[in-house]
Design a binder for this molecule. Structure first.
Ligand code: ZN
Length: 295
């Protein structure tokens, strides 16, 4: 289980969320057998998606973030529900790169600096909300900050981190925080937040020390009295089902399905959780019959 807390300053000028997503990102690593650098890329985006999901208002609302860069890892995708539960994948989780000049995992090298970040929110309306911005750095936290500034006009500070073990490549800690100014914020609020952030430690260091998300919120906004708004316990949750896979197969069209019916077995692999759904030729013929009825 992960943990997210959301807090608001007593003067009502800003909100802050912090998350411990260690278990979620480790689960993602186990599913995708990702390298340290792709674990970091996916883990950062999963944490960001969890933040975006946690503030959705409708119970059935959902959000998907896709970062589509020109790096060797390809696209990174993370989706969240309104409880902050997430799932995600990287096109090529096997990409490995040397550390960058600072001795850090080279996330921007894997993701690429040219491309776009797209946020799609399904809010139960006829059309989804879609916001798209160019990639700024490929390090993900800066890209999320830029997305909020450009696409939603919300001044935001975001930090995301994933610490991977050198020995077995498992996730030691993962998490992040996100500070957002409300329209009531004055210029001096921004100055005060910037001052707070001058000397803060990396979020993975705070988590490794055993700090809770609430303690992280209070630590990064030292001097701002904060009130707890809510607390969530998200997990890595996939929403796939045989029914959904059947619908996806039907949508490929009768011609495709007739080809599949010639195979002894058709296997469909869920990108998000790696579950395999098997279909025999008679299963496929049943789908063809459904497709014909829908015509
Ligand atoms: Zn799945």
């Amino acid at each position: 289980m992960g943990k997210i807390v959301r807090m608001i300053s007593e003067d009502g000028t800003l909100t802050v969320m912090a998350a411990d997503t260690t278990d979620i990102v480790e689960r993602a690593r186990e599913i995708h057998k990702s390298t340290p650098v792709t674990t970091a890329a996916l883990g950062r985006l999963l944490t960001a998606a969890s933040f975006m999901g946690a503030v959705l208002k409708g119970k059935d609302d959902s959000v998907t973030i896709r970062i589509n860069g020109d790096g060797p890892a390809g696209s990174v995708i993370a989706a969240a529900d309104s409880q902050g539960n997430v799932r995600g994948y990287v096109s090529d989780p096997g990409v490995d790169l040397p550390k960058n000049a600072n001795g850090k995992l080279n996330v921007s090298g894997a993701v690429g600096k040219n491309g776009s970040l797209t946020v799609m929110k399904d809010l139960g309306l006829k059309e989804p909300y879609i916001g798209q911005v160019p990639i700024v750095s490929g390090e993900i936290a800066e890209d999320i900050t830029n997305y909020y500034a450009v696409s939603e006009q919300i001044p935001t500070v975001c930090a995301l981190g994933v610490l991977v073990s050198k020995e077995d490549k498992s996730v030691i800690t993962a998490g992040g925080f996100i500070i957002q100014l409300l329209p009531t914020a004055q210029d001096d609020t921004i100055d005060r937040v910037e001052k707070c952030l001058e000397n803060i430690e990396p979020v993975t260091t705070m988590l490794a020390k055993g700090m809770s998300p609430e303690q992280i919120c209070r630590s990064v906004l030292d001097g701002f009295p904060l009130q707890l708004l809510d607390e969530m316990h998200p997990g890595y949750v996939c929403t796939c089902s045989r029914e959904r896979v059947e619908k996806a197969l039907i949508s490929t069209g009768i011609e495709e399905l007739e080809d599949m019916a010639k195979d002894e077995v058709t296997r469909v692999n869920c990108h998000f959780c790696d579950k395999i759904y098997e279909f025999t030729p008679s299963d496929i013929r049943a789908l063809i019959a459904r497709a014909e009825r829908q015509r």
